[in-house]
Design a protein around this ligand. Structure first.
Ligand code: ADP
Ligand code: MG
Length: 396
C-alpha cells in the first residue's frame, strides 16, 4: 500500500550523510526537557541509521523564531535529553559545514541548530533547500507532525535528494491509512471538543467516509440547537446551526448515521464537583449548561462501537478536565480500549486534548495508535494531502 519508500528501501548507508527531519519541539522549563515523548518516537529511525554507519544529521525547528536568531529558541538544550533517550553520544552543530560533516565518524548523531532561524525554512526557499541538500546524500522525513507545512526541511529537500519515510513516519502513515484511508467497515468517528467552528472541515469530510458519526462535547450542543433543543446556558455556536443542519443533511445523503446524545449532564456553574443533574436533552433548564453527555447515551454509543471494526477519535465528549464531566469520555474510551484488546476494533485517536483525555482514562496503552501530532492530525482528518507526505510519494 505504501507508495513511499521507507528505510527498508534505503540500501547501504555506511559513510553516507543522512539529513533526517525530526520533531524536537518538546516542552521545556528552566532549560530542561519536561516531556521526552516526541524524542522517544525518533529512537528507532536514528538508531537504525546510526547503527548502519550513516552520519545522522538531524534537522528540526524549535518554537517560532520567525527567521531570526533568538537564543531562547536554540535546540542546544534538547541535545542532552536526546542523548539520554538514545543512550548514545549526540553532537550539536550551530551551523552545518561541509568540512565539519566530513570530519564526523560514521554513525555519528548530530543535531543541527533550529531550521527556523533561517527565513528560507518557512518560505520553503529553493535556494536554501539546495544549500542544505548539499550537506547530505539522502533525506529521511520522520516527522509527520510537521508535514502539514510545506517548508524547506519537510518538502523542499525532497526535490534534491533521494527521500524516505523514517520509522515513526511509516508507523503513523500506516495507522492512519488503516483508520480512514482503507479501513475495515463499519467505521465510527467520534468527534468532540468545544466548538463546531474549529472542526467544520473535519465533520464535512468524515460524513463521506464513515458509517457512524458520534458527536459529543460542546459541539454537540450546536447540533442539538439545530434540531430545536433549548440548550440553556451551554457553550453553543448559535450562528452555526444552519451549518450543522447542512452537515446532518450531507450525512443523510452519504448514509452516515449521526449519533447525538439524548441525555446529558448539566450544572448551573462550571466548577469541579458542583451539584449536577442527568436529564433528557429536552429538559435542560434555562440557567443550566451541558457539560457532558449522559450515561444512557454512552451505553448506546458503546453498543455502536461493538458493531464496528474501526474507530477514529478526535475530541473529548465532555469538559473532561473538570470532574465529574470526564465520565462519558472515560467510559467510552475504556470501551474502545477493551474492544481493541479483544481484537475486534482498530482504534486510532489524535489531538492535544484527546491524548490527555485518553491518558486520563487509562486507555492509551490499548489503543491501536495514538497520534501526538496536533495540526497535522486534524488536516489529515479533513482529508487533506499533507505537503510533506505528498513529497515523499512524488519522490518515490
Ligand atoms: P483536541 O485538542 O483533542 O482536538 P479540542 O481542543 O477540540 O480537542 O476540545 C477539547 C476541549 O473541549 C476541552 O478543553 C473540553 O473541556 C472542551 N469541552 C468538551 N465538552 C465541552 C462542553 N460540553 N462544554 C464546554 N467545553 C467542553
Ligand atoms: Mg485542543
Amino acid at each position: 500500500m505504501t507508495a513511499f519508500r521507507t528505510l527498508d528501501d534505503i540500501g547501504d548507508v555506511a559513510g553516507k550523510r543522512a539529513l533526517v527531519r525530526v520533531d524536537l519541539n518538546v516542552p521545556m522549563a528552566d532549560g530542561a526537557v519536561t516531556d521526552d515523548t516526541r524524542l522517544r518516537a525518533h529512537v528507532p529511525t536514528i538508531t537504525e541509521l546510526s547503527d548502519a554507519g550513516a552520519k545522522v544529521l538531524l534537522l528540526a525547528h524549535f518554537g517560532r523564531p520567525k527567521g531570526e536568531y533568538k537564543p531562547e529558541f536554540s535546540l542546544r538544550p534538547v541535545v542532552p535529553a536526546l542523548a539520554d533517550v538514545l543512550g548514545r553520544d549526540v553532537k550539536f552543530m550551530e551551523r552545518p559545514s561541509g568540512e565539519a560533516i566530513a570530519d564526523l565518524a560514521d554513525g555519528s548523531v548530530v543535531v543541527i541548530e533550529n531550521t527556523r532561524y533561517a527565513p528560507g525554512e518557512e518560505k520553503n526557499d529553493p535556494g536554501m533547500a539546495k544549500v542544505i541538500a548539499g550537506f547530505g546524500d539522502l533525506y529521511v522525513n520522520d516527522a509527520f507532525s510537521v508535514s502539514h507545512r510545506a517548508h524547506m526541511s519537510t518538502e523542499g529537500l525532497t526535490h534534491h535528494l533521494p527521500s524516505f519515510a523514517g520509522r515513526a513516519m511509516e508507523a503513523e502513515l500506516k495507522a492512519l491509512e488503516a483508520a480512514l484511508g482503507n479501513p475495515e467497515h463499519p467505521v465510527a468517528a467520534v468527534v468532540g471538543g468545544a466548538k463546531v467552528s474549529t472542526k467544520l472541515a473535519v465533520l464535512e469530510h468524515l460524513v463521506t467516509k464513515v458509517d457512524h458519526l458520534i458527536i459529543g462535547g460542546g459541539m454537540a450542543n450546536t447540533f442539538l440547537a439545530a434540531r430545536g433543543v433549548d440548550v440553556g446556558k451551554s457553550l453553543c455556536e448559535h450562528d452555526l446551526t444552519d451549518t450543522a443542519v447542512a452537515i446532518l443533511e450531507a450525512a443523510d445523503r452519504a448514509e452516515c448515521t449521526v449519533h447525538l446524545p439524548y441525555d446529558v449532564v448539566v450544572a448551573k456553574e462550571f466548577a469541579a464537583n458542583p451539584p449536577t443533574r442527568t436529564v433528557n436533552v429536552h429538559d435542560v433548564a434555562a440557567d443550566e449548561m451541558i457539560l457532558d453527555i449522559g450515561p444512557a447515551a454512552v451505553e448506546a454509543l458503546a453498543d455502536v462501537l461493538k458493531t464496528c471494526r474501526t474507530v477514529v477519535w478526535n475530541g473529548p465528549l465532555g469538559a473532561f478536565e473538570t470532574p465529574p464531566f470526564d465520565a462519558a469520555t472515560v467510559a467510552l474510551a475504556q470501551t474502545a480500549a477493551a474492544l481493541t484488546r479483544e481484537g475486534s476494533l482498530v482504534s486510532v485517536a489524535g489531538g492535544g486534548d484527546t491524548v490527555a483525555a485518553l491518558n486520563h482514562a487509562g486507555a492509551s496503552e490499548d489503543f491501536t495508535f495514538i497520534s501526538t501530532a496536533g495540526g497535522a492530525f486534524l488536516e489529515w482528518m479533513e482529508g487533506k494531502e499533507l505537503p510533506g507526505v505528498k513529497a515523499l510519494h512524488q519522490s518515490a
